[in-house]
Design a protein around this ligand. Structure first.
Ligand code: MN3
Length: 203
């Protein structure tokens, strides 16, 4: 039962001007496709074959570089496409997620500052996350490379409900070295209704 590259629910050019079509095409069609293929090759015939990706990441042997890098890459990008939208992207969350952000950070603007800082200061390649803990509190953190908060001992706890890819392949064609500009643009395409759904499902 192999993992499949998820189809996008929007066109490659749908997130422009914030994320350009060429970047989306390469990112989804080449990078994410590569992680998916390499994950399948890494687990084929092993006892990980047939497990859910969440289960694989949560009980991961971190010395298994092939599954760590490609399993993380498969999961992280699937979430990334899912929490962006050309329709209804941007704006602010409402309801329980909004309350949780206010409780943790003081305001939505302060949350954005904390998330942007985590993303901007991740040295080299990696991701910044908003995670929900059981009980409903939220926190911001970041991980290196394709690590993910579900993995053991990555210095990042909880269930990821929002993530931004800060590998150069995610922004370099359009933003070159201006990672902070890409991070600010990302907020214009975040689908807060989807992030709220993930919050409710995993709190
Ligand atoms: Mn990527």
């Amino acid at each position: 039962m192999a993992f499949e590259l998820p189809k996008l629910t929007y066109a490659y050019d749908a997130l422009e001007p914030h994320i350009d079509a060429r970047t989306m095409e390469i990112h989804h069609g080449k990078h994410h496709n590569g992680y998916t293929t390499n994950l399948n090759n890494a687990i084929s015939g092993s006892d990980l074959d047939g497990q859910s990706i969440e289960s694989i990441l949560e009980s991961l042997d971190m010395s298994n570089a092939a599954v760590r890098n490609n399993g993380g890459g498969f999961y992280n990008h699937r979430l990334f496409w899912n929490i962006m939208s050309p329709n209804g992207g941007g704006g602010e969350p409402s309801g329980a997620l909004s309350e949780a952000l206010n409780n943790a950070f003081g305001s939505f603007e302060k949350f954005k500052d904390a998330f942007a800082k985590a993303a901007a200061t991740r040295f080299g390649s990696g991701w910044a996350w908003l995670c929900v803990n059981s009980g409903g509190s939220v926190e911001v953190c970041s991980t290196a490379n394709q690590d993910n908060p579900l993995m053991p001992n990555v210095g990042c706890k909880g269930f990821p409900i929002l993530g931004i890819d800060v590998w150069e392949h995610a922004y370099y064609l359009n933003y070159q070295n201006r990672r902070p500009d890409y991070i600010q643009a990302f907020f214009n395409v975040v689908d807060w209704s989807m992030v709220s759904e993930l919050y409710e499902e995993n709190k």
